[in-house]
Design a binder for this molecule. Structure first.
Ligand code: NDP
Length: 313
């Protein structure tokens, strides 16, 4: 049976749509008042299929909101020196306000070096140490899109954060760490957990807001979730067989059909039925955190373009 639930869905798709509309309006205003059209360039090295889809989506979304959008597709054997030259050329191009180098880069290329070559004011992924340092110090700057999107979602749904215990599972530089800092900025009491944490279920189940960025399908089961907690699921994984689909989603016809007809459905790091059973509010997968990442990338690009003409809000 599919679990009946009164938990509130935090709809990332709808929130992302609203942000896209706000960014489109901001782009039109910037064009009208300053003659500047925000420009986003995404650099893709190699043929990684998932990266190709991400880059296509970013390119399309940027165009839709009225940005000048470009994807530079470089062959997999492009040398590190050539990638760095490309980034430097984009740094010097005044029509480019945002530069994103799609990760992962091919083996042998030092990703950190590439990230640190991006001009911090064009670093719309928010990965440059200048921007992560500013985030840590509480100064304005470009913030990593996925964590930024999560905070935006929680704010727009008026989820109380001040004084609440937020437990972040995962400490990556792109999700876990910046997310923890942003939650601290919202006055949460923050605990960061990782693969060496002892008694993870005990700590997780003390969270008012539980945020899972682990990369392990449906690992967070009911014993990790305090009844009434707000659960944010960052993970994205494909479920390709019917037995696993039934175990995770019960008799959910839509999910089963997706596996049968399209070959897969998606699940996060949190067990979907257990989440519905316990949480007071939750982000679905798909349609939760995922769509917000691109929305905040566009917002960051608009911010970078505004700052380039001294029109930051
Ligand atoms: P990483 O692999 O970089 O980090 C995973 C983190 O989870 C690490 O800190 C690791 O701990 C921790 N971890 C792994 N296993 C366990 C465990 N058994 N118990 C406790 N902690 C554990 O992943 P990312 O942060 O890049 O991504 C996390 C998830 O979010 C992935 O599923 C990814 O696909 C998804 N994602 C989704 C995005 C979106 O737009 N929705 C964007 C980015 C990521 P340790 O540090 O000790 O190794």
């Amino acid at each position: 049976m599919q679990t009946e639930s009164s938990a509130r869905k935090l709809d990332g798709k709808a929130t992302a749509k609203a942000i896209h509309q706000e960014v489109a309006k901001g782009c039109a205003e910037l064009q009208e008042n300053h003659g500047v059209r925000p420009g986003l360039t995404v650099v893709l090295v190699g043929e990684d299929p998932a990266s190709q889809i991400y880059v296509r989506n970013k390119e399309k979304s940027a165009t839709e909101v009225g940005m000048k959008s470009e994807a530079l597709r470089l062959p997999a054997d492009t040398s590190e020196a050539e990638i760095l030259d490309t980034v430097r050329r984009l740094n010097d191009d005044p029509s480019v306000h945002g530069i994103l180098v799609q990760l992962p880069l091919p083996e042998g290329v030092d990703s950190q070096k590439v990230i640190e070559t991006i001009a911090p004011e064009k670093d719309v992924d928010g990965f440059h140490p200048y921007n992560t340092g500013r985030l840590l110090t509480g100064l304005p700057g470009l913030v990593s899109c996925t964590p930024f999107g999560i905070i935006e979602l929680l704010k727009r749904y008026e989820v109380p954060m001040s004084g609440k215990h937020a437990v972040v599972i995962g400490r990556s530089n792109i999700v876990g760490k910046p997310l923890a800092v942003l939650l601290l900025r919202e006055n949460c009491t923050v605990t960061i957990c990782h693969s060496r944490t002892q008694d993870l279920p005990g700590i997780a189940s003390s969270a008012d807001i539980l945020l899972a960025a682990i990369g392990r399908p449906a690992m967070i089961t009911r014993e990790y979730i305090k009844p009434g907690a707000v659960v944010v699921d960052v993970g994205i994984h494909r479920v390709e067989d019917e037995a696993t689909c039934r175990e995770l989603f019960g008799d959910n016809e839509r999910r089963l059909r997706a596996v049968q007809k399209r070959g897969a459905t998606l699940v996060g790091d949190v067990h979907p039925q257990h989440m519905l059973e316990r949480a007071s509010a939750y982000t679905p997968v798909p349609g939760g955190v995922g769509p917000l990442t691109i929305a905040l990338l566009l917002q960051n690009t608009l911010q970078a373009a505004r700052e380039s003409v001294g029109a930051a809000s």
